[in-house]
Design a protein around this ligand. Structure first.
Ligand code: CA2
Length: 169
């Protein structure tokens, strides 16, 4: 079965590449979406990509992922630091969830350092810029066991070959 990925983006990320390029870079969210769609096509996955400035809309999308997606990749942006509603919604999703931050939140100011959501996700990728979304997609496909066999190891980690020391479900 084809892997179904859902990528969610939180508040203000629609302004990526337009405002504060010294922090978040000059790549737009549309360009990130295009790269993610390109990777999805390459590996035979389906991808739905969303951005919302509204917490309730993001919670609705996380709930809809129960039917529509096998894995969620989310940059919760400002809601990382406040949203108990999103933590609760994560708990009812059975697949893996990957939290992405463009900047290294651990090197930021106190206000932007402690994501409330991180304890409810499988992995956090921070500080890789827009490439973090591509890494998260690879990690999601790997976790789902949906990396195409045509890709060489170690890009496609072969669970049997690398053994349990490298692999944690
Ligand atoms: O680094 C990230 O991806 C963040 O999730 C971005 C959030 C910030 O609150 C987190 O600490 C880290 C902010 C997104 C705001 O995006 C803007 C883009 C351009 C101009 C202004 C805001």
């Amino acid at each position: 079965m084809t892997a179904r990925l859902m990528i969610l983006n939180g508040p203000n990320l629609n302004l990526l590449g337009v405002r504060e390029p010294h922090i978040y870079g000059s790549t737009t969210l549309a360009a990130i979406e295009a790269s993610c769609k390109e990777l999805a096509a390459l590996v035979g996955a389906t991808l739905s990509f969303h951005q919302s400035n509204h917490e309730g809309v993001l919670v609705d999308l996380i709930q809809s992922a129960r039917q529509d997606a096998d894995a969620i990749i989310i940059n919760p942006a400002g809601y990382s630091f406040t949203s108990i509603a999103m933590v609760d919604a994560f708990k009812i999703f059975e697949g893996p969830i990957f939290e992405v931050h463009i900047s290294n939140i651990h090197a930021r100011d106190e206000l932007h350092r402690h994501s409330k959501l991180s304890s409810a996700v499988k992995a956090v990728i921070a500080g890789l810029g827009p490439y973090g979304y591509i890494v998260a997609m690879q990690a999601a496909l790997q976790t789902l066991g949906k990396m195409p066999d045509s890709l060489p190891t170690p890009i496609r980690v072969d669970r049997d070959r690398v053994g349990a020391r490298w692999w944690h479900d």
